[in-house]
Write a protein that binds this ligand. Structure first.
Ligand code: F6R
Length: 622
């Protein structure tokens, strides 16, 4: 949701295209976040030039092709996901601020008190040309600049007046060579280059230019020139040791690498992604986690776990519940983050909250993390994005290490989240003594086999793609699963809804007779996820009866079953095979055909697989 990029380089005697090129490349790499308009601003001499267009980045490039723009040393850019005001040219960012348009500003987030600010600024004679909340911030910073003559002080004073969530970047006619930024409840990172520096909503904005980044904390202001980056707090005190970190994402991960879509690429990367999540976790015979700074005595004292997350991450949390309860014998609840926060949950110092988030910026999850910590709970974040808000505001973090996920629909991060949950569960079992070291080692050994098994499933992608192509006209698909197959069914349905726009529902197979079976009619496609016949016998038998029940009512049964499971064959129209693994690890394999199915079906329907309508990659507003 909204992408932001900023650049400060050296002042050239002649105008240069470097600032604009960096801004446009950064915006292209942030496209995955979802947007409906785009724009850039540069400073050439005393002129603040803003170019912006509704629609895709290509529209902006075309205007810039017709009316080329050069720059002195700085540029800012923005991709907007409309909240206040329709996605039009006028509402696109950057916005001019000041009586003469002497400032340009981009904004990510929502300014809650913008109406009062706008009225106040209009009384002062400032002219508004858009319906956005952001334009109020632009004029506010410009007014403070007029008062103080210092863009950093102006940004600080302006942000003190703002309520809500924001990342702001501004350039000003009287501050050549400088970009000033601020953040509250919205992401911002700084990229440290050689003789040039960068700003971005996430490191994807500048990952091909530098591997060094700085975290910017809540309510901090950062002033960036070609050579100097200065971070100050809300009182104007300099932060002398802002947190620096190395970016371990490869710039190539932000390219399609020959696949038709990022989603297809990310599905096919899952074997190596999971191997990366697992890498280096065992040291000296014991399990190690990244930033596990919660004291072991605290972990031993917890009497409840609450997993909070949204969407796909919540499905990973549902898988985690089965594993953690089984291994650790700690009651574990899974709750959608937006529901958790508003229902006055029972959380104490003995509750461990596990926040799962690919982006680390999902506002619903971040708010739930804060709420949990206010109640005294310890929070562990399972996250893919270093430097993002959720791990920063948690007590401990375990990173997924699956690399950047560009497609809006989450795939490899989902598998990374499940693995990370298992690692956390095993770590707790180790610390609390629920499992012996040899039991943990045996489980880890089986987990180590998973990347190769994922590859075996991927090697059969053709079969699933053929099925998807044959079903391109389907209007409704049901998904059924039991035990850990239930979250897999939910995830399969979510994938199909979000990228192929097909009505899809996931159910617990046992729930079928309590209502959903009424939906089954002649030809209704039903995916059934079958547990291993080598696991719990009764579980397997019950799911096989489910297949029979829906088949008897005319359903087309699409069955995902373990290799060698012959019991399903008589009742299946199609059987998609996965290798044998432990019951608890099966979700890492059984979801893959469902991801491929959704991806291929959306592709044959000619849809935008990576940027489905109405969706954003990172949901940074509640
Ligand atoms: C679905 C999807 C979303 C996200 C959800 C949480 O494919 O991507 O449902 O899983 O918005 O996002 P994160 O994990 O970034 O908190």
């Amino acid at each position: 949701m909204c992408g932001i990029v900023g650049y400060a380089g050296p002042q050239h005697p002649e105008p240069t295209t470097r600032p604009l090129d960096v801004a446009l490349q950064g915006l292209a790499r942030l496209e995955y976040r979802g947007y409906d308009s785009a724009g850039v601003a540069t400073l050439e001499g005393e002129r603040v030039q803003v170019t912006k267009r509704a629609g895709k980045l290509q529209n902006l490039r075309e205007v810039l092709g017709e009316n080329p723009v050069t720059a002195g040393a700085v540029a800012i850019g923005h991709t907007r996901w409309a909240t206040h005001g329709a996605p039009t040219d006028g509402n696109a960012h950057p916005h001019h601020g000041g009586y003469d348009g002497e400032l340009a500003l981009v904004h990510n987030g929502i300014i809650e008190n913008f109406a009062a600010l706008r009225a106040e600024l209009e009384r002062d004679g400032y002219t508004f040309t858009s319906d956005t909340d952001s334009e109020a911030a632009a004029h506010l910073v410009a007014r403070e600049m007029q008062r103080t003559g210092d863009l950093t002080a102006a940004m600080r004073a302006a942000t003190a007046r703002l309520e809500g969530a924001f990342t702001l970047l501004a350039i000003h006619r009287d501050a050549p060579g400088t970009v000033v930024a601020a953040r509250r409840n919205s992401p911002l990172v700084v990229g440290l280059g050689e003789g040039e520096n960068f700003l971005g909503s996430d490191v994807a904005a500048f990952v091909d230019a530098t591997q060094e980044a700085l975290e910017i904390d809540q309510d901090q202001v950062v002033t960036v020139t070609a050579d100097v980056v200065t971070v100050t707090d809300a009182e104007g005190q300099e932060i002398t040791d802002p947190r620096r970190y190395a970016i371990d994402w490869d710039a190539r991960a932000a390219q399609k690498g020959g696949y038709a879509s990022f989603m297809a690429k990310e599905i096919h990367e899952q074997a190596s992604a999971v191997a990366d999540t697992l890498r280096g976790r065992i040291e000296g015979g014991t399990l190690q986690l990244d930033d596990m700074s919660v004291d072991e005595s605290v972990l031993r004292s917890i009497d409840k776990i609450v997993v909070i997350a949204c969407g796909t991450a919540a499905h990973a949390g549902s898988v985690a519940k089965y594993a953690i309860e089984h291994w650790c014998r700690i009651p574990t609840e899974v709750e959608l983050a937006h529901e958790f926060r508003y229902r006055d949950p029972v959380v104490t110092e003995k509750t461990l909250v596990v926040a799962i988030s690919q982006s680390g910026e999902t506002m619903d999850t971040l708010m739930a993390v804060r709420h949990a910590r206010e109640q005294g709970a310890k929070v562990v974040a399972l996250c893919n994005t270093r430097g993002s808000s959720i791990p920063r505001e948690s007590d401990a973090a375990l990173y997924l290490h699956v690399g950047p996920e560009i497609a809006v629909a989450s795939t490899k991060a989902y598998l990374g989240q499940i693995i990370a949950s298992y690692l956390l569960g095993l770590y707790l079992a180790q610390v609390r003594g629920n499992l012996f070291a040899d039991e943990i080692a045996a489980l880890m050994e089986d987990l180590e086999q998973i990347p190769a098994q994922i590859q075996q499933v991927l090697d059969r992608a053709d079969e699933v793609e053929q099925l998807a192509r044959a079903m391109r006209d389907a209007t409704s698909v049901l998904f059924l699963g039991r035990h850990v197959g239930y979250p897999t069914a939910m995830e399969g349905a979510l994938k199909l809804k979000e990228i192929a726009y097909i009505h899809a529902e996931g159910f617990a197979a046992g729930e079928l007779k309590h209502g959903p079976i009424a939906l089954v009619e002649e030809g209704q496609p039903v995916f059934v996820i079958v547990p291993s016949p080598h696991g719990r016998e009764s579980l397997h038998a019950k799911v096989v009866s489910t297949i029979q029940e829906v088949r008897a009512r005319g359903a087309k049964t699409l069955v995902i079953a373990e290799e060698g499971d012959e019991d399903v064959v008589p009742y299946s129209d199609v059987v998609l095979r996965v290798p044998r693994t432990r019951t608890l690890f099966a979700p890492l394999l059984t979801v893959i055909p469902l991801q491929i199915f959704a991806c291929e079906l959306a592709t044959v329907k000619g849809l935008d697989v990576d940027q489905p309508r109405n969706l954003a990659k990172s949901v940074t507003v509640e």
